[in-house]
Design a protein. Structure first.
Length: 164
């Protein structure tokens, strides 16, 4: 990611997505609100890949996934393969995905996040004795519902900062 022509904005938004993944709700809030967290990093990554596919590289995303593994204490490589897979799918179909309406993109987001969560649950199930929970269903749903807002914010940032 080249810092010229807005590369710093791409990096900053990805770092904000990583930060939103590890921030927890206050202890005074009900525990079930933790189930309503979208996959922020995946949403931000999906936006940048379909808008500027030439600015995002697979190796950079793979390394970003290793950083996320360290932040979330996940088995090494889990988030790397998930983020690289989403990046590849978005690269492969970015022209088509750009032409979809935001509501159609919500459906694509739902499928991608559901596949990512299924992979995450499978890997964590193999590496530890934890059972899968309701987050397998709530994370894709919340990501789908948050996509129009994330898209609106990032498209305004992109046009306002003239990221090319």
């Amino acid at each position: 990611m080249n810092p010229t022509k807005g590369g710093w904005l791409i990096l900053l938004t990805l770092l904000i997505g990583m930060l939103l993944m590890v921030v927890h709700f206050p202890e005074t809030w009900p525990n079930w609100l933790g189930w309503l967290r979208p996959n922020w990093l995946l949403l931000i990554l999906f936006f940048w890949v379909i808008e500027l596919p030439h600015r995002i590289g697979l190796i950079a995303i793979w390394l970003l996934g290793f950083l996320v593994d360290g932040l979330l204490a996940a088995p090494l490589g889990t988030n790397g393969i998930i983020l690289a897979g989403v990046t590849y799918v978005a690269w492969r179909f970015f022209e088509r995905l750009r032409m979809y309406s935001v509501l159609q993109q919500c459906g694509v987001i739902f499928l991608l996040v559901a596949a990512a969560e299924a992979i995450r649950v499978f890997v964590i199930g193999i590496s530890s004795a934890r059972q899968w929970g309701i987050t397998l269903f709530t994370v894709p749903l919340m990501s789908m519902l948050m996509w129009p807002f994330v898209y609106l914010i990032l498209i305004r940032l992109r046009t306002g900062m003239r990221v090319e």
